[in-house]
Design a protein around this ligand. Structure first.
Ligand SMILES: Cc1cc2nc3c(=O)[nH]c(=O)nc-3n(C[C@H](O)[C@H](O)[C@H](O)COP(=O)(O)OP(=O)(O)OC[C@H]3O[C@@H](n4cnc5c(N)ncnc54)[C@H](O)[C@@H]3O)c2cc1C
Length: 345
């Protein structure tokens, strides 16, 4: 029997810490380590500083730590990240590489798998035991079908979706890291990171760790009972609610598409907020939909929302047809204004 070496491959954050997504991937790596008899679990870290990150998990199950460190590895850059990951995989002789599916790793690791003659599976949401054989699960067709799969090809790269696992709380100590030196050729330095452009903190409305997903639909911009639209009022109600609750903001497709049609829109919404078949499928314990009809292409994006409520004027909307646990047939302007009043108290 070939012994498997399972490598948790993580990059550190700007402050040298390990993100929650890395600890979640470590949990998944540990699960695989338990499944495969005789397997070995090691950790590989990439970043400008990695010692604190290694120290923070050293009381965990990993037997060895590898690292690539230095200023060139502080930023997300395909060329430098790829050589660092490749060097660690080779030094660790990794057969299964488990990594968090951060945007940084997601764009690099399938390429590293190619360089090493391996295979990569992305969007993994679970690991399981099939009679001692490591298997992973992931969803297909916009989260409609869940598949469990296993591979014989090695190295096997497994990118674990953030939010799908409990984070490993391993305990701290002092880690001994085998530092690897990586030759950076000219091509590695071709891309220079000159800065990061991102929305202001209060304009950042997508919050994957929020307890509540708050969804806005096209109804917020439609003519109301007085025959008028009330977009500025809608904007204030929605932003007040988000400010008070720190919920994550989702939207129906109709509402984010309105901008392209030259209609009055909510300026803080973009297609990134869109939930559904052609949008995202976030994970939150609770969801509240407002002014949205709850059609199937939208509600399919609610697959991982556990407790669902909706406010719509239409008692015959999709939410009433088994898509929500509770439907308030009511005017969302009035309900949310009252909710905001109560929150303000
Ligand atoms: C191939 C395909 C892919 C698609 N992908 C997606 C997707 O990923 N995501 C997505 O969202 N849609 C998607 N759609 C579109 C989807 O079918 C719906 O058209 C869309 O979700 C409707 O958005 P809506 O409910 O906000 O708007 P509407 O259908 O216009 O509904 C607005 C609702 O607001 C209610 N309302 C109005 N005023 C108030 C008020 N004061 N208080 C309470 N309720 C009020 C109305 O009663 C109505 O029910 C897709 C469609 C297709 C064909």
């Amino acid at each position: 029997m070939n012994m498997e070496t399972i490598l948790l491959l993580a990059h550190t954050e700007a402050d040298g810490s390990l993100a929650k997504s890395a600890r979640e991937a470590l949990h998944a790596a540990r699960m695989l380590n338990k499944v495969v008899a005789g397997s070995n679990l090691v950790v590989g870290l990439v970043g400008e500083h990695i010692q604190a990150a290694a120290n923070s998990i050293v009381a965990g199950p990993a037997t060895k730590y590898f690292g690539v460190t230095g200023g060139e590895f502080s930023q997300s850059r395909y060329s430098t990240d790829a050589v660092a990951a490749e060097a660690i995989c080779k030094a660790a002789q990794a057969t299964i590489v488990v990594a968090p599916a951060t945007s940084r790793w997601a764009r690099v690791l399938p390429g590293v798998a190619q360089r090493l003659g391996g295979r990569a599976d992305t969007h993994v949401t679970g690991v399981a035991d099939a009679g001692g054989k490591p298997t992973v699960s992931r969803w297909y067709y916009r989260q409609r079908m869940e598949a469990t799969l296993s591979r014989t090809q090695r190295p096997w790269f497994v990118l674990v979706d953030p939010g799908s696992q409990p984070a490993c709380e391993c305990g701290a100590g002092t880690a001994t890291i085998e530092l690897l030196s990586v030759a950076l050729t000219g091509a590695c330095k071709r891309t220079t990171v000159i800065g990061v452009r991102e929305p202001k903190a209060d304009a950042q409305t997508i919050r994957p760790d929020a307890q509540l997903l708050f969804v806005t639909g096209a109804g917020w911009t439609k003519k109301q009972s007085d025959g008028q639209t009330h977009v500025p009022e809608a904007e204030k109600i929605i932003l007040d609610f988000l400010k008070a609750t720190r919920s994550s903001l989702g939207s129906s497709k109709s509402l984010v598409d309105l901008g392209g049609e030259g209609q009055a829109v909510l300026p803080f919404l973009s297609h990134l907020n869109q939930i559904g078949q052609t949008g995202s499928t976030p994970r939150h314990p609770k969801g509240l939909s407002t002014c949205c009809h709850g059609e199937e292409p939208h509600t399919v994006g609610w697959r991982f929302i556990n407790e669902r409520r909706a406010i719509s004027l239409d008692s015959n909307c999709g939410w009433a047809r088994g898509k929500a646990d509770v439907l308030y047939v009511s005017d969302a302007f009035k309900v949310m204004a009252r909710v905001n009043e109560l929150l303000a108290k």
